[in-house]
Ligand binder design. Structure first.
Ligand code: NAD
Length: 475
């Protein structure tokens, strides 16, 4: 252990439904200092086997537990986690870097999803019931779910997966990112207080543990959130036993501002649509298209908002934005920016960031980057936003769609009907008007093209944790 910033003892693995010490220590770095603040045990492949065995045994009982009782237990889990928000938020800030209030907000948001799933039904559907035949369609659990999460919203995304998996009658093994395992391991410990052994387990480990989990014959479904590249590797791993898959992958969301919008009125919302969580949001605006005739006004208005943003340690009061979460990501953001500048792009705003060993990057606003610059064509996932200009809306839409990503998009205008009509031409899982991103438990969320497969949230997301069984009775 290095800096003693954590208030809790390092959480342990919850393999086999119990707190386990695990294998070699995995140091966890506080991105605000660049130094390890704690270490957690990494799970061995033998512990993975043990966890799958325990999850399979637990599923035999959990899947037969009446839905109402499962829902009660899921609500009890949400209540217990809710009682520990302060502790969990602090761990989250220490490992992820986001401001403390945002960390607490992430957990509250995740819990609202869990509570929403605990109210959803999985009623059988009677297709036919006549003199000749009765046909009933039921939803059955898939068995053991592997829930694999990234480092940008570790707890919210774990809760998004645990809630529906349990309500549908599955058991879950969560593998958080090796960059952010701490709060998720603590969540696993809390789950042991409420749920039967083996129903929720959390195993920390590197990417190879994730691969072993996705190849494991005892896993029935993989719910993955992370990069496109890893999503493709997981799809290949899943093929061996035809596992069910939900993939929530990266995005390169366009925001298109129509010419009738008022730069002063929309600048703040546009800014946070792009740069909340230090730009590390899957469905954040990553390319901002504004009318060429008003480009100067947008540059000024966005720079004015950016100048008010306080970048610092997430534990410090008043911080609006923390550091980039990890060193490789910081290096990537720096190299995308250097490349864009090398191609002639101009930085029109560069903010303040703390000195020192943390993974700091100032808020940086860029104009004049071409569509082929990787800063525009790829997912930058950091506090750098390219401002792009267009002459016609059709051209902006064509450029917005010229990508293999298709997660989110937004159109901004006081004329919401016109904006909604433009939105109808954009290829994205969700297109927002005058907001971005707005997610809610009753609304499906997923990506088109290479941004994903399937959806999370809503009854569609719940159904994705089930298989369909049909009963046909001849009379
Ligand atoms: P990542 O793909 O590198 O890692 C995500 C998780 O997958 C980690 O737990 C990692 O250990 C594990 N993993 C890595 N290789 C694996 C393999 N071969 N088999 C199984 N598991 C493996 O992603 P990241 O860098 O942690 O997260 C950032 C990415 O996540 C961005 O692309 C972002 O857009 C995306 N994301 C998407 C959504 C969404 O809902 N669409 C939400 C948040 C983040």
């Amino acid at each position: 252990m290095t800096t003693g910033a954590s208030t809790a003892a390092a959480p342990r693995l919850t393999a086999a439904g119990a707190g386990r010490p695990g294998g070699p220590a995995l140091p966890v770095i506080n991105p605000a200092t660049g130094q390890p603040f704690t270490e957690v045990p990494a799970a061995s492949h033998a512990q993975l086997d043990e966890a799958v065995t325990a999850a399979t045994a637990a599923a035999a009982t959990w899947s037969r537990t009446p839905l109402a009782e499962r829902q009660d237990q899921v609500r009890a889990l949400a209540a217990t986690v809710g009682d520990h928000i302060d502790e969990l938020a602090r761990l989250l800030t220490l490992e992820q870097g986001k401001p403390l209030a945002r960390a607490a907000g992430e957990i509250r948001s995740g819990l609202s999803y869990v509570e929403s799933f605990a109210r959803m039904d999985l009623q059988a559907e009677v297709v036919r019931d006549d003199a000749g035949e009765r046909i009933v369609v039921t939803r059955v659990p898939v068995g053991v779910v592997a829930a694999i999460t990234p480092w940008n919203y570790p707890l919210m995304l774990a809760l998004w997966k645990i809630g529906p998996a349990l309500v549908a009658g599955n058991t879950v093994i969560v593998k958080p990112s090796p960059y952010t395992p701490v709060a998720t391991l603590r969540l696993g410990e809390l789950a042991q207080e409420v749920l039967p052994p083996g129903v929720v387990q959390v195993l920390a480990g590197d990417d190879s543990l994730g691969q072993a989990l996705t190849e494991h014959a005892g896993i029935g479904k993989i719910s993955f959130t992370g990069s496109v590249q890893t999503g493709k590797a997981i799809m290949a791993s899943a093929a061996g036993t035809l596992k069910r898959l939900t993939l929530e992958l990266g995005g390169n969301d366009p925001g298109i501002v129509l010419e009738d919008a008022d730069p002063q009125a929309v600048a703040r919302d546009l800014y946070w649509a792009a740069l909340s969580n230090c730009g590390q949001v899957c469905a954040g605006v990553k390319r901002l298209y504004v009318p060429a005739s008003r480009a100067g006004e947008y540059a000024d208005a966005l720079a004015a908002v950016a100048a008010t943003v306080v970048v610092g340690d997430g534990l410090a009061p008043g911080t609006d934005m923390g550091p980039v979460q990890n060193r490789p990501q910081l290096d990537r953001v720096r190299s995308l920016l250097a490349d864009a500048r090398g191609r002639g792009a101009e930085v029109f705003f560069s903010g303040q960031a703390p000195d020192g060993g943390g993974y700091w990057h100032p808020v940086t606003l860029v104009r004049g980057a071409g569509e082929d610059a990787p800063l525009v064509a790829e997912e930058q996932f950091g506090p750098v936003l390219p401002l792009l200009t267009y002459e016609t809306v059709d051209e902006a839409v064509a450029r917005a769609n010229a990508t293999q990503f298709g997660l989110g998009a937004s159109v901004w205008s006081p004329d919401v009907d016109r904006a909604a009509a433009v939105a109808g031409h954009i290829q994205a899982g969700t297109t927002w008007v005058n907001q971005h991103p707005m997610l809610s438990p009753d609304t499906p969320f997923g990506g088109l093209k290479q941004s994903g497969l399937g959806v999370e949230s809503s009854h569609h997301g719940l159904a994705a944790y089930t298989d369909i069984c049909v009963l046909r009775v001849r009379r």
